[in-house]
Design a protein around this ligand. Structure first.
Ligand SMILES: NC(=O)c1ccc[n+]([C@@H]2O[C@H](COP(=O)([O-])OP(=O)(O)OC[C@H]3O[C@@H](n4cnc5c(N)ncnc54)[C@H](O)[C@@H]3O)[C@@H](O)[C@H]2O)c1
Ligand SMILES: O=C(O)[C@H](O)CO
Length: 340
């Protein structure tokens, strides 16, 4: 695919200006203007702003990012030529509305690219949990001297440990793929994945209770949906074996935080939490201080230089559009009820 051979769709950026600045470094900006007819100095945050009316009226494509306002019926009326939306981030649920689908607007998302750093974070969490790194750190910090590591970590290690993956989502599948080279047994719970498909992924499909009972580490990758609320409630957390670790990079609502906090305060379970409910936890929450909890402020997804991957993924899609080729990461309205 050579940029010179393709049509440059008239494109408007719709996102927070600081998101635009983080996504597009100088090289990505050059590529942006090679791929699309656009003014990268413009990042629309308000579709009703008079200064953007002419650009929006002529736009065939929107390149969206975090901070893009919802594409409501009245917003779309200002963009009569709009044919496609390419999202340089993950979920499109914040801004792509039914009105877009009704108008036949096509949508692509860089969600698969955003899944990679989440999967990388997860693999690190799984391996550190197996190695009981938090326990080792705590012992060293308390002792401030030699630690009897063989005694302390007698049951630890990543040899034939069981990892339970909840959700063969984009992130979940990437986690499964990245865990393949390790000596780990991976179980999967996903109501939409058959046993045969799980076997093709190299994992065993089980029900959620079996996964909770068997997992030395359980890692959550299902979307936030009415059916996934408190998937790990008090009863299911109680099924997890003593010493197990719950990793949540998905959404806080998948876990009953109060019930989990009780297990963590008791020291029965450990947790790696990138998301919580509520997010942010209240200042007095034990989650900040518990030695068996690694709490991060929603950093598993793309940040820093990882935004460049989102930008180039979106530009790949715009380039495909300019060539009349199908998207690599199309968003289909029929998939949304079960997606992030
Ligand atoms: N921490 C972060 O920075 C960060 C970044 C990106 C995504 N996320 C979160 O990670 C999760 C996965 O995102 P994604 O884009 O890979 O999702 P996705 O849209 O690819 O997930 C859809 C899939 O989830 C599975 N699923 C649906 N309902 C399920 C259920 N009840 N139980 C188990 N599996 C079910 C199905 O296989 C479905 O096809 C989401 O919760 C998302 O919000 C977090
Ligand atoms: O879905 C998310 O959590 C956002 O994409 C942050 O990366």
């Amino acid at each position: 695919m050579t940029p010179s051979a393709h049509r440059r769709p008239r494109t408007v950026l719709a996102m927070e200006p600081r998101v635009r600045d983080a996504l597009f470094d100088a090289a990505a900006r050059r590529r942006l203007t090679a791929v699309a007819a656009t003014d990268p100095a413009v990042a629309v945050r308000d579709f009703t702003a008079p200064e953007h009316a002419a650009a929006l009226a002529g736009a065939e494509a929107l390149l969206t990012g975090w901070g893009c306002p919802p594409l409501t019926e009245s917003a779309l009326e200002r963009m009569p030529r709009l044919r496609t939306v390419v999202h340089a981030a993950g979920s499109v649920k914040h801004h792509v509305t039914d009105a877009c689908w009704q108008r036949g607007i096509t949508v692509a998302s860089a969600a698969a690219a955003n899944a990679l750093p989440v999967a990388e974070y997860t693999v690190a969490a799984v391996l550190f949990a197996g190695k009981r790194v938090l326990d080792a750190q705590r012992a060293y910090r308390e002792r401030r001297g030699r630690v009897d590591a063989p005694a302390l970590l007698a049951g630890a290690g990543n040899f034939r440990r069981t990892v339970g993956v909840v959700g063969a989502s984009r992130v979940g599948r990437r986690v499964i793929e990245l865990l393949r080279p390790y000596d780990l047994r991976v179980l999967l719970y996903d109501p939409y994945v058959t046993g045969e498909e799980a076997a093709r992924l190299g994992v065993r499909a089980v029900d959620l209770d079996e996964l909770a009972r068997a997992g030395d580490v359980v890692t959550l990758h299902a979307p936030e949906l009415p059916g996934t609320r408190h998937l790990f409630d008090r009863a299911r957390l109680a099924l997890m074996p003593d010493g197990a670790t719950l990793v949540n990079t998905a959404r806080g609502s998948l876990v009953d935080t109060e019930a989990l906090t009780r297990e963590l305060v008791a020291g029965r379970l450990s947790a790696v939490l990138d998301v919580t409910e509520p997010e942010v936890p209240p200042a007095g929450s034990p989650l900040y201080d518990l030695p068996n909890v690694l709490l991060t402020p929603h950093v598993a997804g793309s940040l820093g230089n990882e935004l460049g991957r989102l930008a180039h993924t979106a530009l790949d899609e715009l380039e495909r559009y300019g060539h009349g080729l199908p998207y690599a990461g199309p968003v289909r309205p029929g998939d949304l009820p079960r997606s992030a």
